[in-house]
Every structure is written in C-alpha cells, then in structure tokens.
Design a protein around this ligand. Sequence first.
Ligand code: MN
Length: 239
Amino acid sequence: MSSSSSASATPSQFVIPAPAIISLPVQGSKARFPVNRIYCVGRNYAEHAREMGHDPDREPPFFFMKPATTIVTDGGAFPYPSLSTDVHHEIEMVVAIGTGGSNIPVEKALTHVYGYAVGLDMTRRDLQAGAKKAGRPWDTGKAFDFSAPCGEIVPVSVIGHPASGRVSLKVNGEFRQQGDLADLIWNVPETIAYLSTLFALQPGDLIYSGTPAGVGPVVKNDVMLAFVEGVGELHVQVT
Ligand code: MN
C-alpha cells in the first residue's frame, strides 16, 4: 500500500497541528489511559427505559457515540451548553477496553477490559427529544462538547469486575439517581460481546454502560457527585 492511500502518517507530514491524545488518570499510578472511541448503551436499566416511555423488553442493545474530545476529568467543569434549556445527568459505570477484538464471545469478554470508571452521559434532553420525534440522529443531544465527564480508571487488577453494587448520583448533596449494577438489562460481558459484532473494538475504547432511573435536569452552579460502589466517585460542577 502506498503512503498516500494509508490513513497513517508521521507527525512531520501534518499540514496543521495534530490534536493531542485525550487521556484519563489511572488510579494509583502516574500512567494514563488513552481514550479512543466512546460508545454509550441506550436504555440499559428497565426503570430508566420506563421513565423514558419505553417497554423494557430485552430487545438487542443499541449504541450511540461521543468523540473522545467530550471527556471532562474528575473535579472539572461542565459548561452549560448552548441551544438547550433541558440538560440531564445520567450516571453510568464506564468500561475501559484494554485489548480489542471482533465477535468477542461473552465468556471471553471480560478479558478485554483494562478497568472501570464512573461516568456521566450528559444529555441535552430537549434536543434529543426533538431528534427522536423527527427521526434524526442524536448527536446534538448526546455528543456535544463536555458531554462525557469520566473519573479515573481503576484497573481490573485492583477491583476485579464489579457485577453488582450501588450506582448513585447526588446533585447539591441530594440523591437524584439510585440503582444497582446487578439491574443492567445487558451486563458488561454481554454488552462487549454484542458491541464487538458491530465494531472491531480497539484498545482505549470506553463503553458507557447505561443509566438507572432518576435522570433529570441540572442548572448552572449545580454540583454533581456520581458514585459507583467498588469503582469510585466523580465530581463535576455545572458552570
Ligand atoms: Mn446514557
């Protein structure tokens, strides 16, 4: 293959400055986890599916994406986005892929995980609802700047694979969302296996695993505290 037909290049070949690699801190280490693609699972807790007006039948999982540039790290700010007046929090456990693969069997899926983190799938609910109604893509509602706050990556070597445990979100000290990882409709191995039939997973991919019930709006100056038992916490302020 000639160099002009390949997507890879050396830095000196770039005509404009290349974007930096987005990364997350790794707990207990100075090393960092490079973020590749961000996949998000829709409606993966029955109570949340019901609150969004859907029948939580176990239909196949569905996915949407956010660019890696939407990451906000722990202690960071979430600037209230433009063109929206209804912006919701969605607390989710994040799965960090360490080794890639296609058509990964469920029973091998966890061997592809490097670690876990606490994330927020921030959502312009008004724009998402408009897109749903018009049969349009969700990108403006889901994949906007600063829409993917994510805490430090906790390696599997430290915490194993959390399959149950409390998932909660407090806004200004008051509980808004409470659930349990055990109530995921598609658990982590099943989600990885299914997603890997649609995309060849790559090292650095993150999977936001879905949110429990209780999603709701935030306003400027709100302080969000997201928690996943066995994984950790994530603090983000709306500015
Ligand atoms: Mn979500």
